[in-house]
Design a protein around this ligand. Structure first.
Ligand code: GTP
Ligand code: MG
Length: 452
């Protein structure tokens, strides 16, 4: 059965990968802006969202995407910082993203965050493609800006081609080591079984048409059923970030993955002290092709439908948590929506014990991922919370009986300035890292050392 185009939900595409491998530059190329250049130290600090309409996709992809073949409205890209865990991107039942792009620098190959990304995609069963980026840095490469990759590849010298081939086969081999059968995308028949690798350059745009075509094809072929949902019902989303906005106070940058949200809607948002019930004062929408993270000119809108990146302004959002659920109540019973949010929060709630370590993380999703990793390593947890390291955390950690438990494990968080003297004076050891398994490894090495 054919579905009206405007009744289809926009697929959510997460862009993941190691620091500096080119995620933001790739999105810049797609949206024709230059967010990456404007970033402090060119490092993405927060998760962002960009709605790219089908028209933009087909303009970029040229002959490879015929817009009349598609009835999806476009793609909603989520940019993630490489130094950060994108585990925030969780939604009810698993991954927030419908599909993902794992960006790998062809010269640098697999790195810790590449592996972390693949592990999470595997666990959540999210289909993905690999963008083998920076092909233009291959020695002797002769750029053909904006060209599909095969034409560009054919026009290269023998030496450049074999150099690129070597790097690509290394990536395919590394994927296989991680348990994924992969091949160059034009050899892949069944994208549900095999991972397609798309050689490309975010700087010269070579191969970007191919990547967009593969993403559109994947969404259209495998996700159409999932996209044919009612986007007018009460909305469900995930908080990406809590941000103060002049004139509005605390607002939440949200990815709406289901239904709709309207100005005036009653909403329930997960907060540090339980669900927050409030009313939408304003919906601030970034313009098409604009990145919510850096957008300054939002359009005030009355309604948005999934999937979308939207800034929600409402009273009492100060304690909202990154990674927490947000739900529209509308014609439902508010109590039942509160229960829904509570049970989703409880799902993420970490079980704690009488004796163990203190864990702090930047988002609910990363806290959950930390707790899973620690459980696998059989490390007990005394206290686990979202937020920066505060004096109270040090105080709690210092009460542990065993030396190996007098520690705070911080993932992507800062030590609050008033907690620093306390940390210096106490016996509490701080471990911080921005890769979860490295953090756990460091802690385990420390315990081994103690017990030797
Ligand atoms: P984080 O957000 O910090 O994780 O990094 P990122 O993956 O978003 O990387 P970003 O897009 O900021 O790119 C990092 C650097 O690589 C920048 O200097 C880019 O100009 C450069 N770069 C990205 N893609 C390409 C490419 O295809 N070719 C070349 N030559 N340079 C690239
Ligand atoms: Mg970036």
């Amino acid at each position: 059965p054919t579905v009206e185009p405007d009744a289809l939900r926009t697929p959510i595409v997460a862009v993941l990968g190691h620091v500096d491998h080119g995620k933001t530059t790739l999105l810049d190329t797609v949206r024709g802006s230059a967010v990456s250049e404007g970033e402090a130290g060119a490092i993405t600090q927060h998760i962002g969202a960009t709605a790219v309409p089908l028209g933009t996709v087909s303009d970029m992809a040229g002959d490879l995407v015929d817009p009349t073949d598609f009835d999806l409205p476009g793609l909603l890209f989520i940019d993630t910082p490489g130094h950060h865990s994108f585990t925030t991107l969780r939604s009810r039942g698993g991954a927030l993203a419908d599909i993902a792009v794992v960006v790998v620098d062809v010269n640098d190959g697999f790195q810790p965050q590449t592996i972390e990304a693949l592990e999470i995609l595997e666990r959540t069963g999210t289909p993905f493609v690999v963008a083998a980026n920076k092909a233009d840095t291959t020695p002797g490469w002769n750029p053909r800006d904006g060209s599909p990759i095969q034409a560009s590849y054919e026009s290269q010298s023998e030496a450049a081609r074999s150099r690129l081939d070597e790097n690509l086969y290394e990536i395919i081999g590394d994927l296989s080591d991680e348990g994924f059968s992969a091949d160059l995308y034009w050899r892949v028949q069944n994208f549900a079984k095999n991972v397609g690798v798309v050689p490309m350059s975010a700087i010269t745009s070579e191969g970007v048409p191919d990547l967009l075509a593969v993403l559109m094809g994947l969404s259209q072929r495998y996700m159409k059923e999932q996209m044919a949902v009612d986007t007018t019902g009460p909305g469900a989303g995930t908080v990406l970030e809590v941000k103060d906005e002049r004139g509005f106070g605390a607002t939440v940058d949200t990815v709406l993955y289901d239904g709709s949200v309207r100005a005036g809607d009653e909403i329930v948002v997960g907060g540090t002290d339980g669900p927050i019930v409030t009313e939408v004062r304003a919906l601030l929408q970034p313009r098409p092709n604009a990145e919510i993270r850096v957008e300054k000119r939002f359009d005030k809108v009355e309604e948005v439908r999934a999937a979308a990146g939207i800034k929600v302004a409402a009273p009492d959002l100060d304690d909202a948590m990154a990674g927490a659920p947000i739900r529209v109540v509308r014609d439902r019973d508010c109590e039942s929506v509160i229960e829904e949010v509570e049970s989703e929060l409880a799902e993420i709630q970490v079980s704690t014990e009488e004796e163990g370590v203190v864990v702090k993380a930047d988002t609910l999703g990363s806290l959950e991922a930390m707790a899973n990793a620690l459980r696998e390593a059989e490390v007990p947890i005394l206290r686990a919370e979202v937020g920066d390291i505060a004096p109270r955390d040090i105080a709690v950690a210092s009460t542990a009986n065993k030396e190996k438990h007098r520690v705070v494990l911080g993932f992507n968080v800062d030590v609050l300035s008033n907690a620093e003297p306390e940390l210096d004076e106490s016996e509490v050891r701080l471990f911080d890292d921005d890769v979860i398994y490295q953090l756990v490894d460091e802690y385990e090495a420390y315990v081994d050392e103690l017990e030797r």
